[in-house]
Every structure is written in C-alpha cells, then in structure tokens.
Design a protein around this ligand. Structure first.
Ligand code: ZN
Length: 99
C-alpha cells in the first residue's frame, strides 16, 4: 500500500472497512444476498439497514454521528469528511464488528 500522509488509517482492518463503506457493500448489509435471508432492517427506523442508512440517515445513531461529523449525503460524507472521523463513528456504534 502506498503511503499518503493525509490518510493514515488506524489499521488494515479500518482501511478494509472504509473501502466497504465507500462502495456501500458490507457483510452486514449484503450477507442476505448469499444466505437468502430477508434484507436486514434497522430496528429503530423499520427501514432497510444499508451502509447509507447507518452513515447518514439513521435517527437512532444521530447523536453519536453528530459528535464525529455532519453529512447530508453519502457523497458529501466521502468528499468532505476525513476518513478517521468516519471510522471513529463506526467504532462507537455496534456495527464496527459487523460491517
Ligand atoms: Zn435506523
């Protein structure tokens, strides 16, 4: 991996996670495609539990999210928010081990 001083990841695991978030593909939100299970749902919002929902939409995560960043869309998030802030937010949610 090339070294980029502006984007120092905490670990290889975080780097992998960030890539998954960028392409909106994670084990949590896409395992149903392989397993044939129902699409996972956000228990709070009763809507599909997607990467976008976790990062931008979910009201249940809003307080935690606002401590790290405020983004109006996925594009806004990845264009304007530093990677470590996104990772720090995910680490504070229950999704870090699942994504
Ligand atoms: Zn939600």
């Amino acid at each position: 991996m090339t070294t980029n001083r502006k984007h120092v990841y905490h670990s290889r695991r975080d780097s992998v996670l960030l890539n998954r978030l960028r392409i909106g593909h994670s084990r949590l939100t896409h395992s149903f495609l392989l397993s044939g299970d129902d699409l996972p749902e956000c228990g709070t919002c009763q809507c599909p539990l997607t990467v976008k929902h976790i990062l931008v939409e979910c009201v249940d995560l809003k307080d935690v999210r606002n401590k790290h960043f405020v983004a109006s869309s996925i594009k806004d998030l990845f264009d304007n928010i530093e990677a470590h802030k996104i990772i720090d937010f995910i680490k504070e949610t229950r999704f870090y081990k699942q994504l």
